[in-house]
Write a protein that binds this ligand. Structure first.
Ligand SMILES: [Zn+2]
Length: 478
């Protein structure tokens, strides 16, 4: 007997969109079949009439349950929302898997980062989520500062254990100097992992911070002058060039400028395995919005730029140069988010994990005419491929995990705080009109959100072992 059959929906598979039944057994998709063909009985028949059935959302970029730097929060001992809250919000937003971070960033350059072995830090981060997550999860491992040969020597064991992606910053306190970076790139490339890169030109960032301070122009609404278009242009191209020499695949977190989209696109045209991510707030807002009252609420680092950059990101997601959408989820309350007022103290991030799918669906499908297949790609499939979860995750196909989200395209509602489930007291999406909304979320065959109710458990989520397919690292495949 099957565990469940999903009937009556428009199901988005790699072959297209079709009216098929989805048979589910032991947490996996057992079969897809035309209506009436599946004869087996099922414990539950789920009616998806009028709904679009998509692979569960994969959120590739979150910061959950971590300390907020005092220079952003104005006080010590502040944390972003814990796994229970973030994954609850994720589940309501149609997300079934998220990628957070393990390893640590120094708060200031003079405080050394822990040198515990990678495997031990991964294990302690897993413990933070085990039993506290409604969704499945995995981590990019952060390598920060002057990463030594011993740590680099641990990368192979980590990749073998299912740790597929490593994160570095080229700016901020955890910046990796370029020599060390080249050593990391070579080793991660050799071991078959992939690099997640936050690329900015640190010299330009620091110079502009000091210049604006000196000139009395360091208000938060000038963040885009510090984390600038030219900084993205220069740093992306440098990283791409280094990655080409090291033969490593690169996943640029938060592409924010038209120059970044162009750099990624040109590398891909040359056949280099380079992938880009766009955050959903960058698809809506511009730096003009920073000047509104509490306007830096929309801010996530690097910085939201101009209308032409917003439009380039949207176009990149449509034409294939940009592969994924993400949120850089970093949820705090207003008192923290609105505390910092300068280009150095505005708190990064926002609560976004719940709104990514409905916002992207509204912008791209309801208003933009994007195909449902491309929508699945940019919300789930591509992240699964790039980060080593495919085809277990990111696709509706026989043998894959039964992670599904139903989107009702007929829902037309203007978001209020009451619609959302984060531990927070604001959302930058209050007042945003959603045309289409997630109505049911299923994780490995178990419904976890249905008709506005959380019916999953925070012990449902599992850590995911990952391995990036060789073709993903050989050339741009998505
Ligand atoms: Zn981030």
């Amino acid at each position: 007997m099957l565990d469940a059959i999903v009937r009556g929906g428009r199901v988005v598979t790699p072959q297209g969109v079709s009216d098929v039944d989805v048979a589910i057994l032991d947490g996996k998709i057992a079969a897809l079949a035309h209506p009436g063909v599946l004869e087996a009985e099922a414990r539950r028949v789920i009616d998806a009439t009028g709904k679009i059935v998509l692979p569960g959302g994969i959120e590739p970029h979150t910061h959950i349950g971590i300390p907020v730097p005092e220079r952003w929060a104005g006080r010590p001992e502040v944390f972003t929302q814990p796994p229970e809250a973030a994954t609850r919000a994720a589940a309501f937003g149609g997300v079934t898997t998220l990628l957070d971070f393990a390893g640590s960033l120094p708060v200031t350059p003079d405080v050394p980062v822990p040198t515990d072995p990678i495997m031990r830090q991964l294990e302690s981060r897993r413990q933070a989520f085990d039993g506290h997550s409604y969704t499945d999860f995995a981590y990019h491992y952060i390598l920060a500062g002057q990463v030594g040969p011993q740590t680099i020597g641990e990368i192979g064991e980590a990749v073998q254990s299912g740790q597929a992606s490593f994160k570095i910053f080229t700016t901020f306190a955890g910046r990796v100097p370029y020599g060390h970076l080249q050593a990391i790139f070579q080793e991660v490339g050799r071991q078959g992992g992939i690099m997640a890169v936050h690329a900015e030109d640190d010299d330009m960032v620091v110079y502009m911070e000091e210049k604006l301070k000196r000139e009395g122009r360091d208000q938060g609404y000038n963040l885009h002058l510090v984390h600038s278009n030219i900084s993205e242009d220069v740093s992306f191209r440098k990283v791409i060039r280094m990655a080409e020499h090291a033969e490593v695949g690169v996943y640029f977190v938060h592409v924010t400028a038209k120059e970044g989209v162009a750099a990624v696109g040109e590398a891909r045209d040359r056949g280099q395995p380079v992938y880009g991510e766009a955050l959903h707030n960058y698809l809506e807002f511009t730096c003009d919005d920073y000047r509104k009252p509490n306007g830096t609420r929309i801010h996530t680092y690097p910085a939201i730029k101009y209308a032409s950059d917003r439009d380039a990101l949207k176009l990149g997601l449509e034409d294939g140069r940009v592969s994924t959408t993400a949120t850089d989820e970093y949820t705090t309350y207003k008192d923290v988010k609105f505390w910092g007022q300068t280009v150095e103290s505005v708190c990064g991030g926002h609560n976004g994990i719940e709104t990514r799918l409905p916002v992207a669906f509204t912008k791209f499908v309801s208003q933009g005419g994007m195909s449902l297949n491309r929508f699945a790609d940019i919300t789930s499939t591509n992240a699964a491929k790039i980060l080593g979860l495919y085809p277990r995750k990111g696709v509706i196909a026989a043998g894959s995990d039964a992670d599904l989200v139903f989107i009702d395209p007929a829902v037309d509602k203007t978001l209020t705080l009451d619609d959302l489930h984060a531990d927070s007291d604001y959302s930058i999406w209050e007042g945003f009109r959603c045309q289409g909304y997630p109505t049911l979320t299923m994780l490995r065959g178990k419904v976890i959100v249905e008709d506005g109710a959380l019916v999953g458990s925070s012990s449902d989520g599992r850590w995911l072992s990952r391995r990036v397919a060789p073709e993903v690292l050989a050339r741009p495949v998505c």
